[in-house]
Design a binder for this molecule. Sequence first.
Ligand code: GCO
Ligand code: MG
Length: 404
Amino acid sequence: MRITSADVIVTCPGRNYVTLKITTEDGTTGLGDATLNGRELSVASYLRDHVCPLLVGRDSGRINDIWQYLYRGAYWRRGPVTMTAIAAVDCALWDVLGKRVGKPVHQLLGGAARDGVMVYGHASGQSVDDLLDSVGGFLDQGYRAVRVQAAVPGLESTYGLHHPGTGHTYEPADAAVPTDNVWHTPAYLDFAPRMMKAVRERFGYGFHLLHDVHHRLSPLEAAQLGRSLEPYRMFWIEDPTPAEDQEAFRTIRQHTTTPLAVGEVFNTIWDCQYLITERLIDYIRMSVSHSGGITHLRRIFDLADLYGVRTGSHGAGDLSPVSFAAALHLDLTVPNFGIQEYMGHLEPASEVFRTSYTFADGYMHPGDAPGLGVEIDEEAAARYPYEARYLPVNRRLDGSMHDW
Ligand code: GCO
Ligand code: MG
């Protein structure tokens, strides 16, 4: 079935989302998420100016060929903008295919390998007491896995915390110019084990405990952190060091048995090949919408399976419900599934995106609606125009730049 149009919808229901809508000659539409936090319009332009004109007239069923055409055909390969754009096309084509044959995407991928997808929720607090309340709330809702983050004493701000009043999500891209934060590693290394100890002392060991370091440590600092957290039996620590220095993970591994997860800033199989084949990580955390879509992420997960690395896909609120649904379809099918991040979305997003995924007892299911199971209300989307927003930046106490 030929593609007749490909349109880009930019909307800001709580935060910016870029959505690609592909339409075929029988009127079927498919959606793909093209959101790249803080750089949304670059992907919108890449799609509108360079990709959409190439799609019209192509056979929507030739998903593999279109993927290769866009990847190899650009000559300039990889990178977050290109791979997010390709991902949006790929997911939209899987959505079209599912709707055309009347099946959910997970069935097109060979069917479910499990009954549900274990997700982790985001507990956080401005103090350890607040954090404990937040963890308790997630456990009461049935979550089997909780990521914990709390304000580091002595620092004015800490990443990964809910803004008061927004429920389960926080929005890291929150200002028209990047907000300057101050980071001090010794304060964090002192605090992190005390935070985990408080959580385990209050709630015990009957659930999975996760934590995001957000690329802030040196390899040896990360090794120290991993060791200090061993008594609390973490499910993982995420992004302990900036991910481009892959040998760093060997150093961390030599010193600690705390499992390591990385990948939310990766875009292709080439970014994680070494980490996987050298068994330097335990979980690969790439997202469907920043890593070339279902077609490419499936290959990455297959490579990971060969080396005992499990999946733990990025599922932050800056990936749209379309991306989250695609992740759930893939998660349901892969043998080496580990866990799925579930941050949820700010309330206005539900006016724009109608979803069919469900949560029960700590597990999610993408639903059995044909395709990805997400619809967009374009009138609602138009009520929330784009707003320029940036992720924060980090500086050390002496004013020099650090990784955020
Ligand atoms: C996570 C991430 C996010 C990122 C965000 C950047 O683990 O969910 O670290 O919170 O900061 O996706 O856009
Ligand atoms: Mg993270």
